[in-house]
Design a protein around this ligand. Sequence first.
Ligand code: SF4
Ligand code: SF4
Length: 395
Amino acid sequence: MEATHLLDLGGLQGLIDALTARGYRVIGPTVRDGTIVLAPVTTVDDLPRGWGDEQDAAHYRLRRRDDEALFGFAAPPQAVKQVLFPAEELIWRGRRTGTDFAVDERGVAESDNQPYAFLGARSCDLRAMAIHDTVLLGRQYVDVRYGARREGAFVVAVTCSDPAGTCFCVSTGGGPRPDAGYDLALAELLDGGDHRFVVTVGTDRGAQVLAEVPSRPVTIDEIVAADEVAVRAAGRMGRTLDTDGIKEVLYAAAESPRWDDVASRCLACTNCTMVCPTCFCTSVEDVADLTGDVAERHRVWDSCFSEDFSYIHGGSIRPEIRSRYRQWLTHKLASWIDQFGMSGCVGCGRCITWCPAAIDITAEAAALRWVAQPALAPASGAPPAPGPVRTTGGA
Ligand code: SF4
Ligand code: SF4
């Protein structure tokens, strides 16, 4: 789709106001506790103006940029998943009255009434949402709570201008420019001290909202400048992942000694799965109040890195970290393709940044490929070189 409009900062505020007036809860990036989190946004001043970040394996720092960019940072720890598929959710609440027991339906739908508008979603977010749509809505049993939130959600995407040292979305066929799944897409321009946003309309709904916002037609020069933002960012990915034949490589590596190597470093802390925007495994927890009259069932995120996750009568199927890491990586990059027709990895790099042991999915996949295809290994036999610590903000 072609960019058609241009917003200045007042226009961006107008967009937030128009979405709010239409009843959306506008959720966008904000700075909190030394990081960037998704939270309600009512003004452009809530956005991370002038903040960039620095990411590498087991490394995350916010840093001041040398400009006033509002979206000049890479993937923050939280993805949109946090909102659409929350870490904990009430499934039902039951009440006992005498010898009767009734399910309280209000407890089921209480959070799904007001639609969300996501401001600043990245290409990797959109692709992860598309994966969740397939997994949670496209199979026999539909996740009605996810579906309710997803159906009403309005998406304002943004082109990434400063990928992190852990980003590799381009290797997985996406980013840094959003290409589908948005209502409106922005590209932030700061050249010449003129702060503005080139807007591409993705849906009729997006066009209707944009019509309520002060804007002007975009010029050819501004379209070219927006293209250059995306091209520059694509050339600055911190890491790469060779996806050629990756499914076959991983299936062939089922008994690779590399799994023992990674298991000697992995803490089975589950961080990688908690930050991953495509992981969707959950468990249920039942709780009752002290009177025993009210019982609740909650769905909570779970992780294939936990020993209990594969527990069945008689024990855990994957008692060793070796088998749990193998399960995770093989599912993400190989069996996910057989299961859902797509990779389970969008290259956001979060699992690299937030792994306390600095385990890097791109390095592990490369090492497994070398075991399967020794001719591809570097002569030194050294592990793959990590990407640089990528500092955003005019670098
Ligand atoms: S790979 Fe890293 S983040 Fe994932 S469970 Fe192991 S130590 Fe934790
Ligand atoms: S596996 Fe890692 S890089 Fe891939 S989508 Fe999940 S968190 Fe992002």
